[in-house]
Design a protein around this ligand. Structure first.
Ligand SMILES: [Zn+2]
Length: 380
């Protein structure tokens, strides 16, 4: 018998007459022993993940008809109905909450303190017991949060749907980019099958990116707690990843079906769906530190002409782009070189071609941490 269930959760209104809802689609039973959670469109202007979800639902519907779903799989294909309604002069502006200016994928709940308080004296010499105790404390801590605005309610709701997930994939995209994955350092190399199956050109590791993105709200607490309770076994219980499905314009049935198939095979290999997945493809590139990512910034205003493309490996000092300003006074200022400082794999650059001083134009994954990056490793 099919197990698919569709629930629509209404958000508190942000204005008189406002009504927004979150659609939560669940396959499999909730007592099946493990749970995977996937969402797309938290940055509401990023559509490749929504397309992948559409294609994944077709695969899961068929698997469900055949009775192959073995564990719970929860999908939120459109995770941000607030951002999805933020049209501005015929452009969807879905990255920041217009009411507060806050990035929808930053500032997610940090629950280490209330959870540590709740579990004190209740842990044992048994990692599974501790996982149950910590998840129960997480549920209480999330429920106790009083959200102040609609975006706060949304963040709390998204966390409440996934705090007990063993796998949580947050599907995003960059501007113009190769497929890449952000993961917590302690999840590597256990999560290498995810990067390999997705064909991730880059996997970026950080224990704390400094921005409290959604995936870290789910995963980071599992390596924060062992620092507070070193005498008890606590294992990373949530493989949470931010998956960047290439660039903002990379939306097609080919990409969508390919990504959905890869997610399906990953879940199959992890036991969520019956059947045998094909052999795991080779990992395209060993994971590198998020702290090793160079953000190449513009020194001056103008039009950007990229000389390098995503996928090219650069050496320190290579010219990534020219910034062209036809009305600059001197010849030197009319065409300005933008060079890489450290080198590595160019994996993303902006989708438009405008520079202002300080704007991040390109991202380059180096193999080693870059000195002086500070605590904030993500873009705004
Ligand atoms: Zn995003």
């Amino acid at each position: 018998m099919p197990t698919k269930n569709i629930e629509r959760i209404v958000l508190p209104p942000s204005a008189m007459g406002d009504r927004k809802e979150l659609c939560v689609i669940t396959y499999g039973a909730d007592n099946s022993g493990q749970k995977a959670y996937l969402q797309a469109g938290l940055h509401a202007d990023e559509s490749p993940g929504v397309m992948a979800m559409h294609c994944l639902m077709a695969l899961l519907d068929e698997a469900d008809r055949q009775g192959l779903i073995q564990s719970q799989i929860v999908l939120v294909p459109v995770a941000n109905p607030i951002g999805g309604a933020q049209w501005d002069h015929d452009r969807l502006v879905g990255r920041y909450d217009r009411a507060t200016g806050v990035n929808f994928n930053r500032g997610h709940l940090e629950l280490i303190d209330p959870v540590a308080e709740k579990i004190a004296g209740r842990l044992a010499d048994d990692a599974n017991h501790n996982k149950r105790v910590i998840r129960a404390a997480l549920a209480e801590a999330i429920a106790a949060v009083s959200a102040k605005d609609q975006a706060g309610h949304l963040k709390k709701l998204l966390l409440s749907l996934a705090y007990d997930a063993d796998i949580a994939l947050d599907l995003h995209c960059d501007e113009q980019a190769l497929l890449h994955v952000y993961l917590g350092t302690p999840l590597w190399p256990a999560a290498a099958d995810l990067s390999a199956q997705l064909g991730a050109a880059v996997t970026l590791l950080a224990s704390d990116s400094g921005g409290s993105p959604y995936d870290e709200a789910l995963s980071k607490i599992w390596w924060q707690l062992p620092q507070r309770f070193p005498e008890y076994p606590i294992e990373p219980a949530c493989l949470a990843a931010t998956v960047e499905l290439r660039g903002i314009g990379d939306v097609s049935y080919d990409y969508g079906r390919n990504d959905a198939q890869n997610i399906f095979r990953f879940l199959q290999r992890r036991g969520y769906i019956a059947g045998t997945a094909p052999p795991l493809p080779p990992l395209p590139k060993e994971a590198t530190p998020l702290r090793g990512v160079e953000h190449v910034t513009a020194p001056s205003p103008g039009v950007v002409a990229f000389l390098k493309k995503p996928g090219e490996v650069l050496r320190a000092g290579d010219i990534v782009a020219h910034i062209i300003n036809p009305v600059a006074r001197s010849r030197d200022e009319r065409v300005v070189d933008v060079k890489t400082g450290s080198g590595g794999l160019l994996f993303a650059h902006i989708a438009d071609r405008w520079a202002r001083p300080g704007r991040i134009l390109a991202k380059i994954a180096g193999d080693t941490p870059i000195d002086g990056k500070g605590p904030h490793l993500l873009t705004d």
